[in-house]
Each structure stands twice: as structure tokens, then as C-alpha cells.
Design a protein around this ligand. Sequence first.
Ligand SMILES: Nc1ncnc2c1ncn2[C@@H]1O[C@H](COP(=O)(O)OP(=O)(O)OP(=O)(O)O)[C@@H](O)[C@H]1O
Ligand SMILES: [Mg+2]
Length: 261
Amino acid sequence: MIARTAPAVTDQAADGTVPRSVPRVDLDGVGRRYRTAGNEVVALDSVDLHLDEGEFVVVLGPSGSGKTTLLNLVGALDTPTEGRVRLGGVDLTTASRAQRARARRELTSFVFQSFNLFPALTALENVRFGADVARRSGDGTRTAPDPGDVLDRVGLGDRLHHFPHQLSGGEQQRVAIARALATGNPILLADEPTGELDFTTGVQILGLLQQQAEAGRTVVVVTHNREISRIADRVVELSSGRIVRDGPPRGGRAAVTDLHW
Ligand SMILES: Nc1ncnc2c1ncn2[C@@H]1O[C@H](COP(=O)(O)OP(=O)(O)OP(=O)(O)O)[C@@H](O)[C@H]1O
Ligand SMILES: [Mg+2]
């Protein structure tokens, strides 16, 4: 099982912010082809990517360049058609469905591009769900942040009991971010997390994600907005499914307060 072979998962310090052990992410020669009737799309091609704990990585690329495909592979939501994906040394490519499910519960937190909130659950219940799934799968000693506190941190302390259809797009996006934060899992994967947000709220959320990396988590943010990549430790640029650049932001790393878009 993954828990036996991977480093201890997300045990957090009492303040609920610092994971003790964060697994490495290793993609080697990864390809992902989609075959549809008489047609093949190469969404990812020969991708080598290695992420260390505490890295704040922005994956940058135009629409259709393979960003979501890449994030789904790292998040154990999909398997490659070529190459190997490992989390904490555990090969997800050969893992059973149960092992991949365990990796999702214990290692990764996902903010989906389309939010994927449960429509029949309130904001608080959606966030509590994320926390509960992760907590139940731990060894009983894990602590995760309080769901209400996390919603407060994304500015939704006064929307706890609203259902998704009673929230604006940007508010739903922040519930999705809170749900991911509330798992306390060590690898945070966020697909266009500021896509629905106004500039001020977007900058606040990016600051929150940056803090997660400073606390030791591995944070991967996918975006087509180059400005956002300025605050990353590392920018991975995708074009037509290939990594065309991997390094620090051009022009050096900026502070969140320096961003403009
Ligand atoms: N299930 C699928 N079946 C067939 N083709 C797919 C599938 N999912 C994605 N693709 C194709 O793979 C390519 C990469 O898609 P992906 O969703 O990873 O792009 P993206 O960079 O996330 O784009 P966006 O910025 O628009 O979200 C696209 O050309 C897309 O049409
Ligand atoms: Mg996408």
C-alpha cells in the first residue's frame, strides 16, 4: 500500500500548517494520447518533471497546451499512455485503482478548473467533506485546519451555509480552494484557481497558495496568465504538450503585491 512505501503523509504541526513530510513528484518520459473515433490527440509528449517539497510551481501555457492533463496525472486522476508518474517513489502507473485512490486521499488536493462542488452541500459542508476524507484516511494522529477557519481565510466566513447555486462564480472558486486547503494534504494542485476572481481577490488567493508552499507543501498552479507566473519559484512552460521552458520566472521573482493584470 502507498502508506507503507511512501513517506509519512501529511501529519501536520499543531498549528495545522506545516506538513512533516512531502513526497517528491517524478514524471519521466510522460505522454498522454487521447484516441477518439479516427483521431488521436497528443495532449502531452515526452514530459520530464521533478518537483521537490515546498516548491511553488506555475505551469504556464495557452489553452489546449496540456496543463489540465498534466495536473490530472500528478493528482493520480489519470494515468499516462507513455512513461511513468511517481509520488513519493510510488509508481502510480503500475499502482492499482485502490492505491491511486489512496494517493488522492492522502497526498494530493485538487482545485478543479470547473470547481466540482457538491451542489446539495453548503459551502461549509463541501469544505468539511474534503477535510473528512483526508482525515479518515490518516493514521488517526493527523490534524487538518478547521473548515470554518479555512473558509474565513478565503473571505467566505459569512457564506458558510450557502449552497453553490447561491454563490457567485468567484465565491464557488474560493470554496473549491478552501476544500483543497482543508484536506491538509502535502501536494496542492490548482487548475486556474484565479480564473473567476477579480484582481484583488485573485491576488489574495495567490498569496494564500504561496503561503502553503512556504509552509512546506508542494504547490502547482496552472494558468495561462503569465503575470501570475512572476511569483513562482519555478515556471514550467507548456506548448503543444511539451515543456518548452523550466526555470525561475523571467526577470526574477516578484512579490504578490507587484502583480498587475
Ligand atoms: N478526454 C479527452 N479526449 C480527447 N482529447 C482531449 C481530452 N482531454 C483533453 N483533450 C485534448 O488534449 C489537449 C490538452 O487539453 P488540456 O485540457 O490539458 O489543455 P489545457 O492546457 O488545460 O487547456 P485550457 O487552458 O483550455 O484549460 C487539448 O487539445 C484537448 O482538446
Ligand atoms: Mg485546462
